[in-house]
Design a protein. Sequence first.
Length: 581
Amino acid sequence: MIVSPDGKNVAQIIVEFLVARGVIRVYGLVGGHIQPLWDELAGQGIEIVDGRHESAAVYMAHAESVLTRRLGVAMVTAGPGLTNAMTGIANAHVSRASVLVIAGRTPRPQTGKGAMQDLPQAALMQPLCRLVESVSDRRQVLPSLDAVTRAALGEDSPPGPAYIDFPTDLLRERAPEGRVDPEYLHPFGLQVMSPGRADVAAAAALIRAARRPLVLSGRNAREYSDLLVEFLNVSGAVYLDTPESRGAVPSHPSFVPAMRGRAMREADLVMTLGRRLDFQLAYGSSAVFASDATFIRIGRTADEISDNRRGAIEIKADVGPTLAHLLSTDVRPRGDRAWREELVAANQVRGETLATRLREAPAGPDGRMHPYTLIAAINEVIDDDTITVVDGGDILSFARVALKITRTYLDPGQLGCIGVGVPFANAAALNLSGRRVIALVGDGSFGFMAIELDTAVRKKARAVYVVANNEGWNIDRHDQRRNYRHVVGVNLPGCRYDELARGLGAYAERVEDAVALPGALRRAVDNAPALLDVLVSAEPTSPDFDSGLAEVCTYQALRTWNDAEERLLTRATAGSPRPSS
């Protein structure tokens, strides 16, 4: 864009703000309403990663935020450009990913007249964003940008997506130098929140008194993994991760993922670290956790310390400083060592049993390899430094149990937003280019964003995409066969994802025989971006299907939890007094 010598235009000021905030990459899709910004991004050296769908742009910004702890930025055009992005924004909302969404909107003189792509954009964004700003005056550009950036990073609330839009004519408008306050161009960082002494002392006393302590980690756990390991060593607590903290403590003796249900059921002290008690943790219900268990809730925001089940101690502070303060006091174990040792031993036995299952998993009646056979082969080519991405329904369930844990891991998150696999892997390969990226994606999920292979090829994102192809929406197919009269809308036969990938310029192979897998994986790594279309059996049922996740039970996500909740409710109802006549 040509800038008049008598002042900067608003688009230039916006991009200068992004540069000052450390933004080096913006994800988006070109459109007329944002063209002034698009041109200025290129002029000021910010890399534009132009995807093929606006939701993919938000997914990539989401992944950058999680992987680098920077603000992720997505830029979309007006109307359908924004509505296309909404699923990605919703996923960032639930996942608490710091994403700034910048949109264009109808020029001011045309607003409300039925202009092209004119929608109530701010109203659409309101339920999904931490803050929404719709700017119409150049004097509000920098204050509003500053506000949405702080909101996205979680200054006063949980981090998450924040939204701002500008009419196209405002982006072209000149802003004389004297009207720009440079203080808004200073970098911004979140203030560290430290715990109070009394809270730390009270928490330490509960930890010392506990017999069966359990630690549950959540968001940003990888940032304080060293402190977490030290705390586990000193306190003697057993440890469980969650999908948002997978890889923070991959191999500690206290880590007992195969004993998750028992650990939750029997712990008398539960510490949550930056983690909501959502459906993945049974909402903290006394039907799944012990009714008399004491909870210590530690987190930066109210939802991390008070949702669903209140804590005896609720510490509103960053987890890292809180762990450091706890370690400076006496949190030495007074607990039931036999309980911890029994859980650790049982976890090891189950792990060895699973390893045997992976090696010996039989082919299905259809002659295709078991999903565990595919995962076992992938495990041979990943190491601790590999970034692993898993996306899907059925294959995510198998992988959650069997895929080797690495220190960097991404999946659809608590929204269950399948389709993220290719964009997440693209962003990982672009932002952490020195590390191997392997995405394991179900064939149904792959279909949502398959075209983003083109983005990988154009941008040289060296990721490997392994499609677990069972020709259908398999967890739903099993659900229909078991619980319903009709099997409908769940089959995806005959798709050649390898041919699609080759057509988009990526290296690709189809793999039908498990014997060919190791060589194919090595070639894919050497020729990334690369796709393997791997035929797996549709017959094995996944752990999530077996646990009832597909059934969408009334009270809890899993069948056993739901049954326990129903029993608890029945006892409560039976014990309540009868109403007087």
